[in-house]
Ligand binder design. Structure first.
Ligand SMILES: Nc1ncnc2c1ncn2[C@@H]1O[C@H](COP(=O)(O)OP(=O)(O)OP(=O)(O)O)[C@@H](O)[C@H]1O
Ligand SMILES: [Mg+2]
Length: 406
């Protein structure tokens, strides 16, 4: 089902959550973008790929222990225990003849159980049975996370990776930078639980909308080897009628350069659409910018920047920055306090336990250096840069893989 629309009848394996058979196709246009129709039904292999991507990845921090507590052998089995409902899109499964409706069971209007979130955060098995009705079963991403209803608002609470646990603070720093650049983004705050930091952000999807990750958009057309990943993405947006990808990408790639983001894969940005009319509503506010600012590196590596990787279009930030066609929108005067801001956020009480002084100055110095470089490029005083060449495939990223954490 797609909210109220019947899409496809299929057979699921409840032990693995895998789609065993796809049957009658009721609405091809409501299929997830990028799933082709073959012989009158949805391509089962590609539908399974999308469906599995929608479950908790096997590489999620702490998932092995959590599965053991739940008595399950894989995360796919969780999908069928909450009707596949999510807080990021509007797809779900309606068991045949159950009479269930989206209005009756969706997680936007109805509360959900804390059981699965508790287990994902390390709780022991409860004496009574676990209540599996939770959007945590369909949450993507490798960092430990859970959905919580805080003061009536659905919020995503997400941890950081060892040893520095920097991601929650990085999310706040990235939010502050994007506020200064007037870039639509999701604001994050930091909360503490059992001595560890977590980021908190509100759900940007509503009962009427949904997030279509850029990865789905990329899969709507076959890419020709001679076309760059960047150009391919723009072509897909144009064909689908998604407006203004270039100004959006200019802003996202610029922020990612400033914070040296290492994990902007194609599931870490996307487009919002109306889940009933399928109308595109524009790019989603920027989220998940935490794996940046040398989050897993030592101060010397942060200063040299040599081992910093880049996604989603180019392997190196300097190359990816060349895809930005316009820097004139940046008000550099508003960025002057950013190095101090970074120092303040990373040396706040609690954060200082994870992030040492040497590290903080390496981070804020390297951000200051990258902002200076951008300013020089913008004013034309940087060493001559060849103009952006969106068509060049040189240094292109070849696979869409998220960073994995210990
Ligand atoms: N505020 C939000 N509202 C709705 N959906 C969200 C929100 N934030 C994240 N999501 C969805 O949840 C997924 C996981 O969140 P996020 O990307 O922040 O986690 P992560 O563990 O940092 O991911 P990664 O594996 O990329 O490091 C996102 O890919 C997106 O689909
Ligand atoms: Mg992510």
């Amino acid at each position: 089902m797609h909210k109220h629309t019947r899409v496809l009848s299929m057979e699921l394996d409840s032990a693995t959550g895998l789609i065993r058979k796809t049957d009658v196709l009721y609405s091809a246009e409501h299929l997830p973008p990028g799933i082709p129709v073959r012989h009158g039904t949805a391509d089962r292999g590609l539908l399974n790929e999308w469906w599995t991507d929608r479950s908790i990845p096997a590489s999620r921090s702490g998932i092995r222990e959590a599965l053991e507590t739940m008595g399950l052998s894989n995360t796919g089995a969780l999908l069928v225990r909450c009707y596949g409902l999510s807080l990021s899109d509007q797809y779900w499964i309606c068991p045949e003849d159950s009479g269930l409706t989206w209005d009756r069971i969706n997680f936007f209007d109805h509360d959900f159980s804390d059981d699965i979130g508790d287990v994902l955060f390390g709780a022991e098995k409860k004496a009574d049975r676990l209540d599996f009705s939770s959007p945590d079963n369909t949450s993507d991403g490798n960092l430990k996370k859970r959905w919580k209803i805080l003061d009536g608002t659905r919020c995503l609470v997400k941890g950081g990776s060892n040893p520095f646990r920097q991601q929650p603070f990085n999310e706040v720093i990235a939010s502050e930078i994007m506020t200064r650049l007037d870039i639509p983004h999701i604001p994050y705050t930091v909360t503490w639980s059992k001595g560890a930091p977590y980021s908190v952000c509100e759900n940007f999807v509503t009962r009427d909308t949904e997030l279509i990750p850029a990865w789905r958009i990329l899969r709507t057309q076959k890419k020709n080897n001679s076309v760059s990943v960047y150009q391919h993405f723009i072509n897909c947006c144009e064909t689908l009628g998604i407006n203004d990808p270039v100004p959006f990408l200019d802003r996202m790639l610029t922020v990612d350069y400033i914070i040296a983001n290492e994990d902007r894969h194609f599931n870490n940005f996307g487009v919002l659409r109306d889940a009933e009319t399928l109308r595109w509503l524009g790019f989603a506010p920027i989220y998940d910018s935490g794996s940046s600012l040398g989050y897993d590196k030592m101060p010397a590596q942060i200063r040299s920047g040599k081992e910093v990787v880049c996604k989603p279009f180019k392997n190196h930030h300097e190359e990816q920055l060349r895809l930005v066609s316009d820097l004139s929108w940046i008000d550099f005067d508003r960025l002057t306090d950013v190095p101090d801001l970074i120092t303040d956020i990373l040396s706040a009480d609690g954060a200082d336990e994870y992030v040492g002084k040497d590290r903080i100055s390496a981070i804020s110095d390297s951000v200051a250096r990258r902002i200076q470089k951008l300013a020089a490029m913008s004013s034309g005083t940087a060493p001559a840069q060849a103009g952006p060449d969106p068509a060049s495939t040189s240094d292109d990223v070849e696979t869409n893989i998220a960073a994995k954490y210990n």
